[in-house]
Design a protein around this ligand. Structure first.
Ligand SMILES: Cc1ncc(COP(=O)(O)O)c(C=O)c1O
Length: 453
């Protein structure tokens, strides 16, 4: 049994068999930029106008009836629905190819390995990583961020060091740093928000003084604010700080190019971008990942083990202990192919149109307050309050109409405190959302008002 793992070559061709001898004899260099896939163009602009009704028809769940009403799914910020191609890819994997990866010297395992590693290359290509070695499979954004706090953080942060966050962070990008602060005596500092819900950057230079790393969300899951991360990254680097982006809401909805951004680390989740749950990504610049100690210990993350100790495996497997989420990784590969075939510029402009439509429809409704900036500065997220109605009651009444929205603190309790609200209702959009869904929401809000009126 082999104890080291080897990548099949990162080609764009459909998964091919890699012979045992080939795998054993070589560790092919990872091609810096795989050729475009034949099945789907890369992220960017699609060639012809998108037929959004056709896109919508790719999602079987959307034809469901809930409480006798057609499903209106407005909770994609929490998790996105899955297109048929992702469902088929995963089912096909289990039906035809299921085997553990990296260890088997038989054909099935080699094909599974090949598909798993080719998905990694596709995902790397989707965010324009230089190399697949910079793409670490995790369970989700939360685990990706914890990986950085546990490894880079523990190795590099010492008492008195400063980490800069913002007041709009999800608990996933807050609590791991608070845990590290309690353990290591590091200090946390926060960028403030203006009344529109945009980051205050006037004092950025001062806030960056003495900062070792800044970790910020590229897009807020509550306000929808798209933060000017290019500007923040440039200023942080100037001040000698590294930057991690919480890209849980940006990678699914915007074109993201890690090289153009010059991000040091970037974290996102498969389930928010048409992929399955249980799979996420940590992108890291190769030299940083090389220097970091491993995260979890166990199988696959080692190259040699003796009773005295171990030598870590090479990237990316150094950070992937144990049997990974194989079908999920392959499913996420199918999801990025699918999004690429639509084009991320298209995805963003579709959502901007929906956001403008929603703001225009809701802004003047009496008793309704919207949170966050205007449509030009935000993604497809509308957080709102209705005078006299608790968000949980709003969500329950909307549910009776077949409308799914989210209510609560959205894992952003400090942001709720900043906004001085106990909770908010939130509707969020994706590629399958249509204006009729927003019309249904508006009618649902009127029903809530009639009940609480
Ligand atoms: C901005 C942001 N960061 C992090 C997360 C955590 O994602 P996950 O639960 O997939 O780890 C979310 C989830 O909603 C989010 O919106």
């Amino acid at each position: 049994m082999r104890t080291t793992t080897n990548l099949p070559e990162e080609t764009a061709a459909p998964p091919t068999l890699v012979s045992t001898a080939e795998i054993a004899a070589s560790d092919p260099p990872i091609v810096s930029k795989p050729a475009p896939l034949k099945t789907a163009p890369l992220a960017g602009k699609a060639a012809s106008p998108t037929d959004w009704e056709k896109v919508r028809a790719d999602f079987p769940i959307l034809s469901r009836i809930v409480h006798g009403k057609p499903l209106v799914y407005l909770d994609s910020t929490a998790t996105a629905q899955k297109p048929q191609v992702v469902l088929d890819t995963m089912e096909n994997y289990y039906r035809t190819t299921n085997a553990n990866i990296h260890r088997g010297v038989y054909e099935l395992s080699e094909v599974a390995t090949d598909r798993y590693e080719k998905a990694r290359a596709r995902i790397g290509n989707f965010i324009n990583a230089k190399s697949s070695r910079e793409i670490i499979y995790t369970r989700n954004t939360t685990e990706s961020i914890n990986l950085v706090t546990h490894t880079w953080g523990r190795a590099n942060l010492h008492e008195g060091d400063v980490v800069l966050l913002t007041k709009m962070e999800h608990h996933s990008n807050l609590v791991p740093w608070q845990m590290l602060a309690a353990e290591r005596g590091i200090k946390l500092r926060y960028l403030d928000l203006d009344p529109q819900g945009m980051l205050v950057l006037d004092d950025l230079e001062a806030k960056l003084q003495g900062v070792k790393l800044t970790s910020i969300t590229q897009m807020s899951n509550v306000l929808g604010t798209i933060n000017p991360v290019e500007e923040i990254i440039a200023a942080a680097h100037q001040a000698g700080a590294l930057v991690m982006l919480d890209a849980a809401q940006s990678v699914p909805h915007l074109p993201v190019d890690v090289q153009a951004l010059d991000a040091d680390f970037l974290a996102f989740s498969g389930h928010k971008m048409c992929g399955p749950t249980g799979i996420g990504i940590l992108y890291g610049k190769r030299h940083l990942l090389e220097e970091m100690p491993p995260f979890l210990g166990g199988g696959d993350m080692i190259s040699i083990v003796t009773l005295e100790g171990f030598t870590p495996n090479q990237l990316p497997w150094k950070f992937e202990a144990g049997t990974p989420a194989i079908a999920e990784a392959i499913g996420l590969g199918a999801a990025v192919d699918y999004l690429s075939s639509i084009g991320m510029d298209n995805v963003h402009s579709h959502e901007q149109e929906l956001t403008s439509y929603a703001i225009n429809s809701m802004a003047n409704m009496p008793g309704v307050t919207l949170y966050g900036p205007d449509a030009a500065h935000k993604g497809g997220v509308i957080s709102f309050a209705i005078e006299g109605a608790h968000p949980h009651d709003i969500a329950t009444i909307l549910d009776s109409e077949g409308i799914c929205i989210r209510a609560g603190h959205h894992c952003c309790q400090p942001l709720m405190q900043h906004l001085d609200v106990p909770a908010l209702a939130r509707a969020s959009f994706y590629i399958y959302t249509r204006k009729e869904d927003i019309d249904a929401l508006v009618e649902g809000i009127k029903k809530v008002q009639a009940i609480f009126g």
